[in-house]
Design a protein around this ligand. Structure first.
Ligand code: C2E
Ligand code: MG
Ligand code: MG
Ligand code: MG
Length: 296
């Protein structure tokens, strides 16, 4: 084949030749390097959790936060989760990485509860691959026991794509997690295509309206239609909506006027390391949030 070059792969063993498509080879190598670096990062303390506030849209009160993974590579610098989570998923590293996140976020919930923030919810992102493992509910049960975290303050964010091929086993898993007392949220809502009838059956209590539908509100008519439909669907099904990526007051006012109950975004606070999040909590004034205009 014309696109295929043949390289002698000495490293792979004598008399051992392999076929590579050159550009795929470069990408594969990049992935492999990233994978090895990530493997070291998990053990070497290069990973941290940041926390982004979530607010009650009606009274401006802080209700919880989302734990977001940050990787600071000693030479490369910051690498975003959008870049390394897919690598972690393809390599299977998502399993130890996901457990590390669950542990860290649960420990943080305990620390904040001890400091008096007993109602503060901590939301944790769960990869589809993590959720689809048979032992997932057992892993969560064990981590709750090890850390002493309050299940009533732990929320699991499961992506819409993780539930794309619904099965009885996945349904049972959600029920088991709900029985532990955890809150379940459907992340990136609107980007996949959940069957709406299925949504009704699921023990899920919150939808996270994806940033891509919030970004161009209220001007973009299509995004406004998706956001409106999500809010009315949620209302009819008795679900809460958390809008993510709220950056400007116009988005906040538009969503609030349509009954969106929770909000998250740079308008209120960026993802922050725990110490900074604590300073943010101390300085937070709900009245300043609801002092904003109600309608646009
Ligand atoms: P996500 O769960 O949908 O998280 C929301 C993303 O939106 C975060 O990006 C957050 O920093 C960003 N964001 C929040 N407010 C705003 C805003 O006002 N404007 C804009 N432009 N962006 C905003 P981040 O931290 O880069 O994370 C990207 C994605 O990586 C997350 O999307 C999630 O899917 C994944 N991720 C992050 N941490 C973890 C983790 O611990 N485990 C797993 N499995 N996935 C994670
Ligand atoms: Mg999330
Ligand atoms: Mg999301
Ligand atoms: Mg998103």
């Amino acid at each position: 084949h014309a696109d295929t070059a043949m390289y002698g792969a000495k490293e792979a063993g004598r008399n051992n030749y392999q076929f590579f498509v050159p550009e795929m080879n470069a990408r594969a190598l990049e992935r492999l390097m990233l994978e090895n670096a990530l493997r070291r990062a998990i053990e070497g303390g290069e990973l941290k959790l940041h926390f982004q506030p979530q607010l009650n849209a009606q009274d401006g009160a802080l209700t919880g936060c989302e734990a977001l993974l940050r990787w600071n590579h000693p030479e490369i610098g910051a690498i975003g989760p959008a870049q390394f989570i897919p690598v972690a998923e393809e390599s299977g590293l998502i399993v130890p990485l996901g457990e590390w996140v669950l542990h860290g976020a649960c420990r943080q919930q305990v620390a904040w509860a001890r400091a008096g923030h007993r109602e503060l919810m901590v939301a944790i992102n769960i990869s589809a691959l993590q959720f689809r493992r048979e032992d997932f509910a057992d892993v969560v049960t064990r981590i709750l026991a090890e850390t002493g975290a309050d299940p009533a303050c732990i929320e699991l964010e499961i992506t819409e794509t993780a539930l794309m091929q619904p099965s009885e086993a996945l349904y049972e898993r959600l029920v088991a997690l709900g029985r532990l007392g955890l809150t379940l949220a459907l992340d990136d809502f609107g980007t996949g295509y959940s069957s709406l009838s299925y949504l009704k059956r699921l023990p899920i209590s919150r939808l996270k309206l994806d940033y891509s539908f919030v970004r161009d509100l209220p001007g973009d008519q299509e995004d406004a239609a998706v956001a409106s439909a999500t809010l009315s669907l949620a209302r009819d099904l008795g679900l809460e909506v958390v809008a993510e990526g709220v950056e400007v007051i116009e988005q906040f006012a538009w969503l609030k006027a349509r009954g969106c109950s929770k909000m998250q975004g740079y308008l209120f606070g960026r993802p922050m390391p725990p110490e900074e999040f604590e300073r943010w909590m101390a300085a937070h004034d709900p009245a300043r949030v609801i002092g904003s205009p109600d309608t646009v």
